[in-house]
Write a protein that binds this ligand. Sequence first.
Ligand SMILES: Cc1ncc(COP(=O)(O)O)c(C=O)c1O
Length: 433
Amino acid sequence: MSALALTAAEVADLRAAFPYFVRHSSEERPPAYLDSAATSQRPAAVLDAEREFLETANAAVHRGTSGAVGAATEAFEGARARVAAFVGASPDEIVWAENATDALNIVALGIGEANAGAGLGVAGSERYALGAGDEILVTEAEHHANLIPWQRLAAKTGAALKFIPVREDGTWTLDDARAAITSRTRIFAFAHISNVTGFIAPVAELAALAREAGALSVLDACQSVPHVPVDLHELGVDFAAFSGHKMLGPNGIGVLYGRPELLAALPPSRTGGSAITKVTMESAEFMPPPMRFEPGTQPVSQVVGLGAAVDFLSGVGMDRSAAREHELVERLVAGIAETPGIRLLGPSDTSQRAALAAVSVDGLHAHDVGQFLDEQGVLVRVGHHCAQPLHRAFGIASSTRASVHLTTTEDEVDRFVDALRGAQRYFGVEVSA
Ligand SMILES: Cc1ncc(COP(=O)(O)O)c(C=O)c1O
């Protein structure tokens, strides 16, 4: 990490900007919030932006001609421009979705529509033709959100769903991808950062590999956009998806990025008001992207909140935040490595990982570990983290995951490791050093 990491004093200042941390700080044992990979806390700037919008400018966007509608639309589209800039994209490449799951479904279901007849009349939709003999490639490490939509698309079109198996430590390499991709691969979908192993995929190389093979690359950027600088144009992916609520923003808002010519040719999977140019009793014609994919009343205050979240993150500096989080991940991994009887899922080389660390405690069910940690005020995620195939590859059903963010402290990381050791003692697990 070349950027100067945020200092402890800066982290303390940052925490003061989050009502959640301020409210809990007077407690005897404030919670160690280590579950940002599931959902992050929000700074006052985000909560205030939503509230301010609702109190002063709430109106339907892109509907009607009043000044109020104009102001609300400006706030809505202004946020789109800022979110686009945050990931190195342009506003017409950004589609609002409910969350990353929804964003990935817009692509998979849209390709399904393209194959279900005349592609809803969308010009160029034939570029998405998919059928027997074609392949959709994913990895064994995917979150279900980046797996099940592709399973469904394969089932609908007759394409084969193939996957890159993970190695023992949950990683996979560019060479593994080279071995799996073929001239029949049409879609290659993979996560930038795994939500279980924290493994960072070599995205630019993988996108280039997909391009050479004539396949579309679809990036699940859920765990990367909140934690590391991401420039989607530089990475060269065709589509990408991420969620507002994991990047200090509101729930109910997610983002689909797509290259303009690909969005232009993609049929909408959800249809209805606002997204059309002409409707008769028999048929409909659709607007160009992004509005084609945004039918119905949009979550405007959430969009405004997400705009404030990217302003906040940009103000901190993603490079400095990533450098800080890298130090925290190193501390997490070191603490785990020093604790016998605990298996780290994912690479032990911290240069290959970011954002989180999940573990399996020998002799203990993750839910018992989670309950013990909860009693210690250490808030983590236990379960399969929506990645059952990956857990199956590890030979376990569930794990315990601690995830960091720019507000996480060293003390919180240490409390996690201490609590794991405490769980071993509490449940009488015998560990040999
Ligand atoms: C890697 C990854 N992909 C997709 C998702 C789905 O995100 P959401 O539930 O916000 O749609 C998550 C959420 O945990 C995730 O971690």
